[in-house]
Design a protein around this ligand. Sequence first.
Ligand code: BES
Ligand code: ZN
Length: 432
Amino acid sequence: MSSFLASELKALGVEIELRYLGKQEGTEVDLPPIILGKFGNDPEKRTILVYGHYDVQPALVEDGWDTEPFKLIEKDDKLIGRGSTDDKGPVIGWVNVLEAHKKAGIEFPVNLVMCFEGMEEYGSDGLEDLVKAEKDKYFKDVDATCICDNYWLGTTHPVLTYGVRGCSYYSITVSGPSADLHSGIFGGMVSEPLIDLTHILSKLVSPQGEILIPGVMDLVAPLTDDEAKLYDSIKYSMQDLFDATGSQTNLHDDVKPSLMARWRYPTLSLHGVEGAFSAAGAKTVIPAKVSGKFSIRTVPNMTPRELDALVFKYINDEWAKLNSKNKMEVKLLHDGMWWVSDPSHWNYEAAKKATKSVWGVDPDYTREGGSIPITLTFEEELKRNVILLPMGRGDDGAHSINEKLDMSNYINGIKTLSAYLHYISVEPATST
Ligand code: BES
Ligand code: ZN
């Protein structure tokens, strides 16, 4: 993917540098390179940093896809395939923006600095160090940043996004016997890792979604009246949620608490158990070593280290209560910070005008429940405003099966990104 993307950009005249960051921590696997690019260096123009990621979540036909996930299909006015909306489609959108200007012979309105990575879906390993090292070098002229890696809330109304949650991802590994055992022979004679693990996992979160780890909710910034009012005008309905999830399994009855749970409160999700018997059939086995995976989405004012301390202490305390002779190890796999920005900045004004000119309506201003770990680093290190300007819709199925990007969102998305850069070139500066 990195070679492909680099060659597409080079062909359009972008000066490319591939930055190799060594091995992934604790492994012998090379990290995928960061693609840095520059297009234009006119001191009279603003310089905009665009960021995206060319890595994707895993996908197998067996997960339930109707088509081969890594083959791009065009059907019913949709582009279907892993990464169509998250985030290969939007990244190619930036390529198309350059291509369109070139073909139409239109002067490019800004200088572009590009940063495309291949580890976003694993906490952006290595990128934070690179941004810190390059803030006064490669990124020194950046006036504002634009990230196209999120979605509208629903399916009809465009949005601009000024916040994401962070994500701290953990594993709990329980091991006992030296190999998987016959449950008829050894069941009742040995302590079973999966029984211990499920016991611990059940103590993390209630079925109503309440985090059961003491102290976590105390780290959350209190809700102010002004903030509460922001939710009143958001165009989102419970039906949007039902449609996007294909179910009516909502934890809250109304839109406002649902959106607050997604945007401004932490949540804990259980993702899976590695090493457990998970295939079809009825194998009578005692798995010898199992790892439960869970993550906590973080919000202002939680800090990853404070959260880790609460998580580790609680799990160790709960483990001690089991009096098990198995071994337990809890690990942080990766983490990324939350980010909340200032949507009154000229960066947002330009995006608002661009959205209106393409879609004919004013966008809603939203925060998001998902995470883009490098966002806060860009804003803090470069000391420049960041906007999330999405391309896809809320029902695109990011991380799910049959991920898609509607053709109209793709084409109008390219127009929106282009128009945004043109509005950027004329938008008066705001004080922030
Ligand atoms: N595009 C998403 C971020 C996103 C998700 C924005 C939902 C808005 C709504 C991004 O590619 C992503 O999925 N990030 C991971 C990061 C994590 C592994 C640190 C995520 O949120 O799970
Ligand atoms: Zn993703």
